[in-house]
Every structure is written in structure tokens, then in C-alpha cells.
Design a protein around this ligand. Structure first.
Ligand code: PMP
Ligand code: GLN
Length: 387
């Protein structure tokens, strides 16, 4: 038989699935895959349940239900002062994952280059390669997760079509500063490229403000800004995402969505529209309760001898394992931890393009979007195993 798609064949099963399987096998506390271990807000879930009963269970419109597109436009204005046309500038997708694929598809031709910042979310590289484009990666420098500006500038060239920027960032927990975003916006303008902005953790920041690149001068017509109900409402299983983009790009994103998925569950869309209109107290509580859990886990890790890297947003904190790993690399140590300590984590080397340069092998990612008692149990187990 002829060889099937070689790019896809080379993609391993995601590290999240692998570590979650090991977590089940060893009955481990799962601080690997990033999902909350409680239900999302009861009123949003009740709204969705009600919406299932009222006879609107056929295909939703291609670009999303008007009420959700309107709620996305409103929330752009409410949080960032962005004025968005809900009819022409919002596309609802089946999760941010599809939003990323559709946005990349909207702008990329084979042979284009896409600038990325490592460590990066695991779907980016294979998606870009499947479209025939060439990733150009720039690495944040641990332990401060500093953005090397000269390397970033050097990554842009005549073939660059887009940058894919994730802020707040998975797995680094970095929230890009205003100054860094200004430099990125300058490069995007100077090289006349697009920016795909993965902002799924937009509401999960701790005493730093998330700033969409789209709010910077000249960026409104070039940015595709992606959000996820999974993250904003702790409902990761719902897979409802949304892209805000200027009309000509939104039109192409809608065409990609038409080919990949066509339409997203209408009942969930309606409940997400309701959720997006929640009051400020909801969003503040979401961030502050996560921050408390970041602190609980981070302080506990420090007490065990781990050093942690700055984490101002997202579900994740990265720890340097050097003092405790007895020479094991991140993969071996994470496997040892799940087996011997009963705690699942994610080795951070999985978030790098290992084919271009050796990734750091001394970092693991902990998810703190879990209940405080679960985090305490994980710390207890780590203490027992690490002594
Ligand atoms: N981007 C990032 C940075 C993520 O961490 C995730 C997963 N949580 C996604 C995109 C995918 O989001 P969704 O579940 O809405 O597809
Ligand atoms: N975004 C989640 C994480 O980083 C995982 C999502 C998935 O399993 N695909 O842990």
C-alpha cells in the first residue's frame, strides 16, 4: 500500500492523553492534563440543559448563533474596548483547537513561514506542517521566560506569513508584557503579516493584565483573536471556541470552519452566550480562586526543594527538577513520579520542536486547576516519594 500522510504519521499520541492514561493505570493524582476537576458554574450548565429541551437541536448557523456572536462582540468591548461587528467579525468554532486550525488555514499557503514561540502548545507545529508551512521557532529563556528580542526579529523574513502567539501561555504561564507585545506588533506591521492570537487563558491571570495584541496600533485588521468557553467557564468538555477577526479574515475562517466542522452545538452556544455576560465578580473569582491554588501548589513545591518558574496566568506552573531528579530527564522523572509518587505531570520537552534543537530536559509542568484538597494530596504523595 502507498504511504498515508507522512506528517500525520509522525505525530505521536498527545502527551496529555499518554500521561492521563498513566494516571489512571497508577491511580495517580492527575496534575498533568489541564482540566478543572469540578463542574463549571451550575447556572451555565442549567442554561444548557434548558436549551436542549426547547426544540432548537438542528444545525446552528455556520458562523454561530447570533446571540453568541453578539455576546463575543460585547465581551471584546467590555474587557478590551474593541468594537466588533457581531455579524461579520465573529466565528464560533468547536473549541479553540478548531479555531486555531481554521485561522491558520485562512491565511497559510504551502511554503509560507510561521513564527512561533517555544515552549508551545502541542497542536501548533503539526497543524502548521499539515498546511505545508514552515515553523520558525523562537525560544523563551528559562528560568525567567524572557523573550529574546533579537532572535524574534531574526525569525521574521520575506517568507513570513504569520505569527502564532499564545498569551497567557501554556505551558509557561507567561503573560506577555505591554513592551513585548509592542515589539511583536511592530514586527507584524513591518513585515506585513498576520497574527493568530491564542488567548484561551485571557481571564486566568494573576495580578497582571492580559492585553490582546489586537488592541495595538495597526493590529485590528491583522489579528485573529481566539477564546475558549472551556477555559473561561471551566467547561473544557464543551469545546466551544470563538474567533474575533476583521471581516475579510472572518470570512475565510468561516469557510475553513464550513469544511472542517460546519456548525457547533447550538444549546452549548446559547449557554456560553449567557456565561459571557456574567458580572465582573464572576471573572474576578475565577482568577482569584486559581491564583490561590497556584500559590498553594507553588509553595508546596518549594518546600519540597523544587524551583518554580514565574507563572502569572493559565492553569500551569513549571518546575525545575534538577535538585530532585537524580540525573533523570523530564520524561523519565515524570514517569517515575506517576509510578512511584502517584502524581501525574507533563514533561516540558513535549512542548518543543525537538527536530530543530535540543529542548530543555529539566522542566515539568504541574496543572493547579484542581481542588485544594487534591493539590494537598499530591504534595503529600510527592513528599513521601521524594523524602
Ligand atoms: N490553546 C491552548 C494554549 C490550550 O491550552 C488549549 C487547551 N486547553 C487549547 C488551545 C484548546 O482549547 P479547546 O479545548 O477550546 O479546544
Ligand atoms: N490544554 C490541555 C493541557 O494543556 C489539554 C488539552 C488536550 O488534552 N488536548 O493540558
Amino acid at each position: 500500500m502507498k504511504t498515508p500522510n507522512t506528517t500525520l504519521s509522525a505525530v505521536p499520541t498527545t502527551i496529555f492523553t499518554r500521561m492521563s492514561q498513566l494516571a489512571v493505570q497508577y491511580q495517580a493524582v492527575n496534575l498533568g492534563q489541564g482540566f478543572p476537576d469540578t463542574e463549571g458554574p451550575a447556572d451555565i450548565v442549567a442554561y444548557a440543559a434548558q436549551a436542549l429541551q426547547d426544540q432548537r437541536n438542528q444545525y446552528a448557523p455556520l458562523t454561530g448563533l447570533p446571540e453568541l456572536r453578539e455576546a463575543v462582540a460585547e465581551s471584546n468591548e467590555r474587557f478590551y474596548g474593541l468594537k466588533i461587528n457581531p455579524t461579520t467579525e465573529v466565528v464560533v468554532t468547536s473549541g479553540a483547537t478548531e479555531a486555531l486550525a481554521a485561522s491558520l488555514t485562512a491565511v497559510i499557503n504551502p511554503g509560507d513561514e510561521v513564527v512561533l514561540i517555544e515552549p508551545l502548545y502541542d497542536t501548533y507545529l503539526p497543524m502548521i506542517r499539515l498546511l505545508g508551512a514552515v515553523p520558525k521557532c523562537v525560544r523563551l529563556e528559562p528560568p525567567s521566560w524572557e523573550l529574546p528580542l533579537e532572535a524574534l526579529k531574526a525569525a521574521f523574513g520575506p517568507k513570513t506569513k504569520a505569527i502564532l502567539l499564545n498569551s497567557p501561555m501554556n505551558p509557561a504561564g507567561k503573560v506577555f508584557s505591554h513592551e513585548e507585545l509592542s515589539v511583536i506588533a511592530d514586527l507584524v506591521r513591518e513585515h506585513d503579516v498576520y497574527a493568530i492570537c491564542d488567548e484561551v487563558y485571557e481571564h486566568l491571570t494573576f495580578h497582571v493584565k492580559h492585553c490582546p495584541l489586537m488592541t495595538f496600533p495597526g493590529m485590528r485588521e491583522r489579528c485573529m483573536r481566539i477564546g475558549s468557553a472551556g477555559k473561561s467557564f471551566s467547561l473544557t468538555g464543551w469545546k466551544v471556541g470563538y474567533v474575533t477577526a476583521p471581516a475579510p479574515l472572518a470570512d475565510l475562517i468561516a469557510k475553513a470552519h464550513q469544511l472542517y466542522v460546519f456548525a457547533t452545538a447550538p444549546n452549548l452556544q446559547r449557554a456560553v452566550a449567557y456565561g459571557l455576560r456574567k458580572d465582573d465578580a464572576y471573572y474576578q473569582e475565577l482568577a482569584s480562586s486559581l491564583e490561590e491554588r497556584r500559590d498553594l501548589l507553588r509553595d508546596g513545591l518549594h518546600a519540597l526543594g523544587f524551583k518554580t518558574l514565574p507563572a502569572d496566568g493559565s492553569y500551569f506552573v513549571v518546575a525545575d527538577i534538577t535538585p530532585l531528579a537524580k540525573g533523570q530527564d523530564d520524561v523519565a522523572f515524570a514517569e517515575w513520579l506517576v509510578r512511584e509518587a502517584g502524581v501525574a505531570t507533563i514533561p516540558v520537552s513535549a512542548f518543543y520542536d525537538a527536530s530543530s534543537a535540543e529542548p530543555p530536559r529539566n522542566l515539568i509542568r504541574f496543572a493547579f486547576c484542581k481542588q485544594p484538597d487534591v493539590l494537598k494530596e499530591a504534595l503529600k504523595r510527592l513528599k513521601a516519594a521524594l523524602g
